[in-house]
Ligand binder design. Sequence first.
Ligand code: UDX
Length: 429
Amino acid sequence: MSVEREPIGVIGTGYVGLVTAVGFAEAGSHVWCVDIDQAKIKRLRRGEVPIHEPGLQELLERNGERLDFSAELSGALENARLLFVAVGTPPTASGDADLSAVHEVVGAMPSSGEHALVMKSTVPCGTGASIKRILREERRAGFSYVSCPEFLKEGSAVADFLHPDRVVIGDDGDWAGDAVARLYEPFRAPLIRTDIASAEMIKLASNAFLATKISFINEIANVCEALGADVVEVARGMGLDVRIGPKFLHAGLGYGGSCFTKDVSALKLLAGNSGYHFQLLNAVIEVNELQKRRVVAKLQRHLGELASKRIALLGLAFKPNTDDMRGASSIVLAARLRAEGAEVRAYDPIAEQEARKLMPALQYASSAHEAVSGADAVVLVTEWPEFVQLDFSQVAAAMRGNVVIDGRNALNPQAVRAAGLIYEGVGRR
Ligand code: UDX
């Protein structure tokens, strides 16, 4: 892919920023990365990737000579016109997006007629307009502004960046939108050029729609449980309708991660703040919350009171191939089980360190085998391949009880039952 291309700055080296930086470096740009976290900058300069993301380390090493890491903005400002902003926009206590990091970046910009802020962070619709107003009022109107939302998924972020389904660019029709479009040319993705507010809304609406699809199939799963249908068969039949599609129809313990939980709530509140009551999203959020808790009732049905029962949790991360614990269903589930008096022992191949920060009192096993040993019930929380491939006759031999709750419908029910265990999935017959 590499030909010499326009240099860029990337402010913020979290998931989105780092992947954006190495992705554009791979395409031939020199990338000036900036982060206020000095320790992180030091690690990145040593070539260490601070997050677990398949392919990121290799890409960083391969493009090291085109990647510059600094805690200062000056290098990026001197060497690049396009400054991609990829700082965090976590939820505030009220559920709105916290834009303080974005505003710090805006506040640090000098007056310039030759730079553009390219917003990668997920921000409420209307943020671009308010940032442009701030820049105008502070006599920095020469700064251009582009909204370029990122759609990458954790665990496949590098591949998603290099092979996007689409690239969305919202701009004012000046040089900056064209320059961003040229940067994306090597990725050969369908390009949507639109206004800034619509680009911001595309991102929020996409995440809210995907979350809605998950909550919908989870409700179908719950009805299937009551009526004796199998949600896996139902989703297979629904998904073949090209208008519906097969993706995001996997019933389970609910969605987690930083984006869906944050963006669904941010969109709901954004609508509310502008006077519109987004009823559907209330239901999406509530279904998701309840879905994590349904496992407790299932375990009680099999085991009676959970006090002193030993429950093994296989997986803690919000999905496989990541150590990210933000919004993970395991957090609510572990807390509920412990509140019922259960003894909870968990194992995750890589998320333990992150999990310990949030759940220091949980018991952590160092292998799946250790987690299930002596357990009355096993709950599959994250569908890591090593759990899907477990030999359930060995699991059965190690357990004290015989209940397996497959929270992701990822196990082979026949194999589990053949081992003499009780199998219960989500919405499965
Ligand atoms: C999501 C969006 O997919 C991505 O476009 C956006 O940029 C960021 O948010 P991510 O949070 O990395 O990406 O994970 P994703 O793979 O979308 O999964 C989110 C959650 O939904 C996971 O907890 C997953 O287990 C759950 N999920 C997903 C389901 O429960 N069922 C499904 O069918 C799909």
